[in-house]
Design a protein. Structure first.
Length: 236
């Protein structure tokens, strides 16, 4: 089933990985949300992409060096549209999102957090709505060993024999290659091996159209879900 994932929410228009961005993506019609989780110095799971806070906040330093209370003093910004918001915890996000008919693609950004993330997801009955993803293959192995009934998606750049073997080793649900390098032959290989496919790295209209025209089965992760939905509608 094709799902339009709002990438860190509607992050083209709102501060990424904040509640305002997630709500905006839903309001635009996205039926999925993609977000990133990592752990603070004091062990709180927060939604944040970069290793450091420098790019999108008014602070500086590694996320892992901040306590949650210290992170809450920072402002997350979208300079293009002059909008601001606050960092949100995974738990608070789930409180607001768990009852909605949405698919969550949750990317593990740190090593050693898979079990804590799965425990939190279980607390909010999110197993059937969630695909746990990561570029860190060892973290997906840890997730598989801790709870092999969760759907897993491996994020990578190019589809190769090695990535197919890695997907098989963890009984992955979904292959997640980068959109700009994806071609029909790669989709055929992925499907032949029994995996779904969601593509990422869709940062401009050209890449968006390329991936949409390939008719990627599992959906696309996009900063501007409104543009993708409009393009899909124009294709009929």
């Amino acid at each position: 089933m094709f799902i339009t994932y709002a990438h860190r929410g509607a992050s083209e228009y709102y501060p990424e990985n904040t509640l305002s961005s997630f709500y905006a993506g839903v309001d635009m019609g996205a039926d999925g949300i993609e977000t990133d989780v990592q752990k603070t110095k004091d062990g709180v799971l927060v939604l944040f992409h970069d290793d450091t806070v420098d790019r999108v906040t008014d602070g500086s330093g590694d996320v892992s060096d901040f306590t949650y209370e210290e992170l809450m003093q920072l402002t997350v910004k979208n300079e293009k549209y002059n909008r601001t918001d606050k960092i949100v915890t995974l738990e608070d996000f789930l409180k607001y999102i768990c009852w909605r008919d949405l698919t969550l693609a949750l990317e593990l950004k740190d090593e050693g957090i898979a079990a804590d993330v799965i425990d939190m997801l279980n607390r909010y009955n999110m197993k059937d709505k969630t695909i746990i993803t990561s570029f860190i293959y060892s973290e997906l192995v840890a997730a598989y060993e801790y709870a092999n009934d969760y759907r897993l998606g491996y994020l990578y750049v190019h589809t190769t024999d090695e990535t197919i073997a890695q997907l098989k080793a963890i009984n992955a649900f979904q292959a997640c290659p980068e959109a700009r390098y994806l071609e029909k032959e790669h989709l055929d290989i992925i499907a032949k091996n029994g995996f779904g496919c969601r593509t990422w790295g869709i940062f401009n209209d050209g890449i968006m159209r390329h991936a949409a025209d390939l008719e990627v089965e599992g959906g696309m992760t996009v900063n501007f879900p409104d543009k993708l939905l409009e393009y899909l509608a124009s294709k009929g």
